[in-house]
Design a protein around this ligand. Structure first.
Ligand code: UT7
Length: 331
């Protein structure tokens, strides 16, 4: 049965641009302090891509590292999926741009947009397509140049976000019970207005007026997003564990979306899981949206924090509103 085909994360990779923007740097740009940013968010610094460095460039670095780690050659990739809200351009997709630049075969390639939940969305779509039995390896990427849609005059958002990329190779495995056990995805479009970017689409094409009105930047009601984030992440995590008759105590490592360390701390206390079980790198990268989970996963794998047999829980929420949780039995 195709549903039983195990799907493994056979390699991980990530990339963070060289440019570092510290909290001290931000105090020279907007009315803020290191103390406010650190205590309210847990962020010390974030990476900012160079002007000519695009979402596809970062995706390519992360993808090459993931292919190397998996021992999979470009010609073996059967599918490319990219999660991003900051594609190089509305079309062609960033997935097609990297399909070309990585020299892949003419395989299916597409972007999927589910904001900060995007990586877990592409993970699930990739796993489902591999389970259909026709494909062997998928390149699944989250890459963001959020600095290109941040309003650098809005202190309530500009301190939060950063640029980066993470990638995994998903491969069909042999042993059932290993790899991606399942993923739960959800959305509630009623929350669309609390985190959005009005400009750039059919609603608000670029005009001098829309530019002057700062419509082409991310807008957020942080307080509302915060409350919903904690609730939906807890719910998604408990639901997916219950689906497999597992308890929070069975989980070896949680890779949460890195939006605010206070959100992660609340999740930790609500799930009754110590903070030591949570991968946290928000202090160095800020919120990198779709890149945040694969970046943190790659760091954990490379640091030797993930061992064969470990149960890994990945959990995210984002604009849409969207949310997602994924359970992996590491192979
Ligand atoms: O990936 C999903 C995307 N986003 C998120 O997950 C974000 C979720 N939300 C959050 O992380 C938090 O709500 C924020 C970090 C955005 C804000 O923290 P908060 O504790 O909810 O602060 P607040 O918005 O209630 O603002 C408190 C005060 C306000 O001043 P008054 O009205 O109390 O005088 C803000 O104007 O802090 C002020 N403030 C700042 N002060 C210094 C807002 N931003 C800043 C800043 N520096 N950068």
């Amino acid at each position: 049965m195709s549903g039983n085909i195990p799907i493994l994360i056979s390699g991980t990779g990530s990339y963070a641009p060289e440019g570092i923007l510290t909290n001290a740097d931000l105090t020279r740009m907007v009315d803020t302090t290191d103390e406010w940013i650190l205590s309210r968010t847990g962020i010390r610094e974030r990476r900012i891509a160079a002007p000519q460095e695009l979402t596809s460039d970062m995706a390519i670095h992360a993808s090459r590292a993931a292919m190397d780690a998996a021992g999979v050659k470009p010609e073996e990739i059967d599918l490319v999926l990219v999660a991003t809200i900051t594609p190089d351009m509305p079309f062609p997709s960033t997935a097609c741009i990297i399909q070309n630049r990585l020299g892949l075969r003419p395989v299916p390639a597409m972007d999927i947009e589910a904001a900060c939940s995007g990586f877990l969305y592409v993970l699930e779509v990739g796993a489902a397509m591999l389970r259909s039995g026709k494909m062997r390896h998928a390149l699944v990427v989250g890459s963001e140049k959020l600095s290109s849609i941040i309003d650098w005059e809005d202190r309530s958002t500009c301190v939060l976000f950063g640029d980066g990329a993470g990638a995994v190779i998903l491969s069909r495995g042999e042993n059932t019970g290993e790899g991606v056990l399942s993923t739960t995805l959800g959305s509630d479009g009623r929350g669309g207005e609390i985190l959005y970017m009005p400009g750039g689409g059919a609603l608000c094409p670029p005009t001098p007026a829309s530019l002057a009105d700062r419509q082409h930047f991310l807008k957020m009601n942080g307080k509302e997003v915060f409350k919903i984030a904690v609730r939906v992440m807890e719910k998604a995590a408990l639901e997916i564990l219950a689906e497999h008759n597992l308890q929070p105590s069975d989980v070896a490592l949680v890779i949460p979306h890195q939006a605010n360390v206070r959100i992660i701390e609340l999740l930790s206390s609500r799930l009754g899981m110590p903070m030591e079980k949570f991968a946290v790198n928000i202090d160095r990268y800020g919120n990198t949206s779709a890149a945040s989970i694969p970046l943190a996963l790659d760091e954990a794998v490379r640091a030797g924090q993930v061992k064969k047999g470990d149960l890994i829980l990945m959990v995210a929420f984002g604009a849409g509103l969207t949310w997602a949780a994924s359970l992996i039995r590491w192979h």
